[in-house]
Design a protein around this ligand. Sequence first.
Ligand SMILES: *Cc1c(COP(=O)(O)O)cnc(C)c1O
Length: 427
Amino acid sequence: MSHFSYKNGALCAENVPLADIARQFGTPAYVYSKAALLENYAAYADTCKLHGPEKSPALVCFAVKSNSNLAVLNLLARQGAGFDIVSGGELQRVLAAGGDPKKVIFSGVGKTADDIRLALTHGILCFNVESEAELHHLNEIAGKMGQPAPISFRVNPDVDAKTHPYISTGLQENKFGIPFPDVLACYRKAAMLPNIRVLGIDCHIGSQLLDDKPLLDALDKMIDLVDRLNHEGYNLQHLDIGGGLGIAYNNEQPVKVQDYVQRLYAKVNHWRLHKYQGRPIKIIFEPGRSIVGNAGLLLTEVQYLKPTPTKNFAVVDAAMNDLMRPALYDAWHRVQPVKESGARKLVWDVVGPVCETGDWLAHDRELALSQGDLLAVMSAGAYGMTMASNYNSRPRVAEVMVDGDRVHLIRKREQVADLFALESLLP
Ligand SMILES: *Cc1c(COP(=O)(O)O)cnc(C)c1O
């Protein structure tokens, strides 16, 4: 069920008309539905409980880079979520939001010494190591701190995720992960290092996957590795399958989370029983978009209508700096009027005020528009606010979360003075 729907012609977030939110908090604004977030998280957690072994419960680590607002992180932490981070900054957000560092996994190809020290200090669950150089760096820092570093290798399983090239990460030509043929050698090297504790194995093959076949293919290859490592005496405690499930932006039909998790456990359970001698192994997921993407929208107001001989432009107050996905990935977001209207529709390009031709939010949409109308750019909960910038000295927008009849401001709109507060003039 969608938590954004029309009631008496007015588009609402749960029970609150978006027009009320615009009046109270201004535009542009990101609007999230708490019920949608909880529902999407539960799709993972509840299905894991249903099909996973009791003795080694799964861990759902929300990918913080998809939406790092403290209220979002706190809400998920309270449900028992772990977190997948890619920087020390994200770890500090998780801690500030009340997340448990023992449920944090740290991904990324370029972890800095400061990031690593911070993560070791807080005793995170696991580093997902992406290169041999990183392994040695980690060993050295862990040695100096007298605190061994728990690791998985991020394997590049060389499967084609069949998604946008910018968000595909599991093919051999990508910068991510350890090439499949080198994985065993890396584990052997890790075993020789005094300050490294081998804990698990990891992969993440890409994002916005509509089909789970590439994920299940990757799982087969990972299981095969776990078996081979087991023969060499490594007893891995977890298998991290990454994130990447897609959402419907338009009329795509992504696999249901429940179906994917069920199929994954069917494979894992069969293998554990018949080949792995029933040993426990924890499954870790790293979903971002599939939890938060369709739980948020970007609310914006039409500033000017600008018909031209070739195209009609609707200039709105949100722009590429607020929602970068169209400019960056050529992404398609549904645009819905906040008030349903029977007026005649025209074809519009919805564009922002930023001085770039790439500053568009939607092309060729049939809408009945007047100046001052409110529009909702849908499916903007993931990689929306986290990718926002201050380009053109535009303050980042407010974020609110709706819970039934209530609206909570979860991030104030920035003030222009905030933007240059850290700058100084020459003497
Ligand atoms: C981005 C990322 C994720 C989350 O991907 P989604 O497509 O949002 O589910 C998970 N793991 C890693 C390592 C990532 O980089």
